[in-house]
Ligand binder design. Structure first.
Ligand SMILES: FC(F)(F)Cc1cc2c(N3CCN(c4nnc(C(F)(F)F)s4)CC3)ncnc2s1
Length: 492
């Protein structure tokens, strides 16, 4: 049973990041399991002090110099903790739930306790992910509700209820073998919440949102990693709190060293981003951390996570290592093609749209401006890069196939042709998409080249149109699908 023990209290008042680290360290090292409510309230309190109302009045130059780490008093945290404990214990009568393991009804009841306390104001602002936000403002984002339900479960002694995380959603697992699942929060905008329902129904759609049954299943320490990872150092659109970012970074290294990030690719991605901003002496470089996230996804999640590749791709793009960035994006596309696109997958759609319609064209423009740039080894003459761009698009076409909603629109085709046309024909001729070798009985053999190409082209187009009815449409996107259709056919 989690409680606010004397051993917890001795760390207070927290006066600097070292005291926060030692509180988290002791909580994680045990002997008791870490107290999620205590840690979420504490970190939320610090985040609030370091990121909210930080507009520094110009007059107070000294404000820029004075250390601003907030003092976190025991009284503050204890009062908020007691408020949460009173709410949870006061609302859930455990005598109604006799079973040793939690039931779906109990999970739904705990979700209702958090849910009914929320204010109706819009929920996609920053800094709404901690119990500090919940207890001082009755506001939580989608992740925060799920974390709140798990923290409440811990207070009730329901140690079988744990957080499950996909790349854009959160829910809980529970029951005797921890395989029962339940929605406890909402997702996205304008979607009815499915709280209380099992996830099995949604996984059937093969949607990225549920990672096709490969989410991160947390234990208490990974739940601490999630609340640390969800901390948000941003003050506003252009500024981050250096102190908050440094604290988050140190906490992630503490969790990393204890192995609690070893099955959590996104937390490794967050750590890699923080190391890019402010490298920690003696720690691995960002690229190695991003690579580790990819290895985790390959090893534990059957390569069904997209973000490990887009974390690394984004980093390489920022370092102008364009060839390697494009390779990562082709790998990201190789993951998404395993899913069917559904309307709740907007977040990852926006990620691929940004790569296709902003980043790739920017790269192609940049390298065509200075073709003799030795550093870029002029990727526009590199057949591997050209093949990776085709693989990138092929994966997105396959993602669309069999999906309830279309992915591609003419804007995609315009950007595709812009990017591909910058590659010179000789390079494009060099790639091997596994076209069949000319066989003896090739009926077109006797026709001359034009006819052959013409026939070849026509018959291929005709063949595609006839065989796969979905390609009846004649607009540019149809051309794209035919191109990729051919690629895929020949690849088979
Ligand atoms: F619980 C939800 F619903 F919020 C889903 C989760 C999101 C998320 C996360 N994110 C989301 C992905 N994210 C990314 N930042 N950059 C990304 C990339 F595009 F560069 F890959 S992905 C920031 C942190 N970081 C740790 N854990 C989680 S659990």
């Amino acid at each position: 049973m989690a409680g606010f023990r004397d051993r917890d209290k001795k760390h207070f008042p927290l006066t600097d990041s070292a005291s926060v680290i030692s509180l988290f360290k002791e909580q994680i090292e045990g002997p008791n399991e870490p107290n999620l409510a205590l840690l979420s309230i504490t970190l939320g309190c610090i985040e609030n002090a370091l990121t909210m109302n930080r507009a520094i009045p110009a007059a107070e130059e000294s404000a820029l110099l004075r250390p601003i780490f907030p003092v976190v008093d025991l009284e503050t945290v204890e009062a908020l903790y007691a408020k949460f404990e009173t709410l949870v214990r006061g609302s859930v009568d455990l005598t109604h739930y006799e079973s040793k393991f939690s039931s779906r009804e109990l999970v739904k009841k705990i979700s209702d306790v958090v849910w009914s306390s929320l204010s109706r104001s819009f929920k996609d602002k920053a800094h709404l992910q901690s119990l500090y936000s919940f207890l001082t403002g009755n506001k939580l984002d989608c992740f925060g509700v799920a974390l709140g339900v798990v923290a409440a479960s811990q207070i009730l002694g329901c140690n079988d209820i744990h957080l499950a995380l996909s790349e854009d959603h959160a829910w809980v697992v529970f029951g005797e073998d921890g395989t029962d699942t339940a929605e406890v929060t909402w997702h996205g905008k304008g979607n009815e919440d499915k709280r209380g329902q099992s996830i099995a129904l949604s996984v059937a759609e093969k949607s990225w949102l549920y990672l096709n049954g490969q989410p991160v299943i947390c234990d208490r320490a990974t739940e601490v990693a999630a609340l640390v990872s969800a901390a948000n150092p941003s003050i506003n659109f252009t500024m981050d709190s250096i102190e908050m970012g440094a604290l988050q970074q140190e906490l992630l290294w503490l969790l990393y060293d204890k192995g609690h990030l070893s099955k959590y690719p996104m937390s490794l991605g967050n750590l890699g981003d923080l190391e890019e901003i402010s490298p920690t002496p003696g720690r691995p470089p960002p690229l190695q951390i991003f690579q580790e996230a990819i290895t985790v996804a390959l090893k534990h999640y059957n390569n069904h996570h997209v973000y490990p590749y887009t974390y690394m791709g984004g980093y390489l793009y920022r370092k102008r290592r364009y060839k390697e960035a494009i390779k990562c994006w082709a790998e990201a596309s190789n993951v998404i093609r395993k899913f069917n696109y559904t309307r709740e997958d907007e977040e990852i759609y926006k990620e691929f749209l940004d790569i296709a319609n902003e980043l790739l064209p920017n790269i192609v423009k940049a390298v065509s401006l200075n073709p003799n740039d030795r550093v870029q080894l002029n990727i526009l003459h590199n057949p591997e890069v050209y093949a990776d761009i085709l693989r990138f698009y092929d994966g997105i076409c396959e993602w669309e196939e069999g999906s309830s909603t279309p992915v591609l629109h003419v804007g995609w085709a315009q950007n595709l042709t812009f990017s591909l046309n910058k590659f010179d024909p000789r390079t494009r001729a060099k790639i091997d998409v596994g076209r069949d070798e000319d066989s003896d009985d090739d009926s077109d053999k006797d026709s001359n080249d034009e006819n052959d190409n013409q026939n070849g082209k026509l018959s291929k187009e005709k063949e595609c149109t006839e065989k796969s009815g979905s390609l009846q449409r004649k607009d540019p996107q149809q051309a794209l699908s035919v191109v990729v259709e051919d690629l895929k056919k020949e690849e088979l």
